[in-house]
Design a protein around this ligand. Sequence first.
Ligand code: DAH
Length: 339
Amino acid sequence: MLDKINALLAEINDLKANSSEEIEALRIKYLSKKGEISALMNDFRNVAAEEKRVIGQKLNELKDKAQSQINTLKETLETSVAADDSLDLTRTAYPYHVGARHPLSIVKKEICDIFGRLGFSIAEGPEIEDDWHVFSSLNFADDHPARDMQDTFFVQHGADLLLRTHTSSVQTRVMEKTQPPVRIICPGRVYRNEAISYRAHCFFHQVEALYVDKNVSFADLEQVLLFFAKEMFGADTKIRLRPSFFPFTEPSAEMDISCNLCGGKGCPFCKHTGWVEILGCGMVDPNVLENCGIDSKIYSGYALGMGIERITNLKYQVKDLRLFSENDVRFLRQFEGAS
Ligand code: DAH
């Protein structure tokens, strides 16, 4: 019996295992109820009385050795798994979806970044506005036909509260409080009472830019527009300005860019003109400066405003405006990975 115990001790001393399954098999082989050590324990009954003390001690030693050897094997296996650097044990057990930015947020950020590089800082204003900031200060006379251009949502009948129809209201808010130089970019949501279709919605988003200082000229505006178009749509982009009318700018213009789908050759998207309209702009009307307490004999400025949805449509060829507000993840997931 002593020989058998010594042989097992030697065997157990040399145990090796590469996986937890192998370790479990060894545990069963030596330590389970039907294992080799239990069998020896059973035989212990037949050992002669004078040998019981020595053999009993040896048997206990064998059992402890087997148990500690199995534990050591387990520990060694765990540390070798942890040392494998393809395995990150601090990771969560389940895939963690961080989500994606909304396409309008991606484009808004890009527009703000481009103007940010030109020294414009971001300004924001309230969405619930009053008549002064949205219309009157911006040179819309009470009976001005231009007021009809925008279908306004009024918050309360008779009260001077309305949902802003454009972000130009932020121009007034900033100029009332700040003397030039003023160089701001104002992103935000605007509301108009429009029937909802693939090309119009009752709310959408705009970015307004305003620069007021001494000696600001139309040439400055044109350079900024060209820089913006090239940064946003690529270095080959060309711009074209067409005369237009806005009550708050004089002169006023609309800017087209060469169609980024056909490269200006003409396609259904640009209605075969080679050009697509992207924003309105002009020199701030002196009346607007005066309305905000800025001396129009000393200062001049330019302003421009664009729809974020329009720019996003051009960049990503989204044909239906309604997709932006339906929160359909099959649409939104297509922008995962965009900056
Ligand atoms: N506020 C105009 C609109 O909602 C857009 C616009 C046009 C803004 C010309 C401007 C500008 O600052 O100069 O249609």
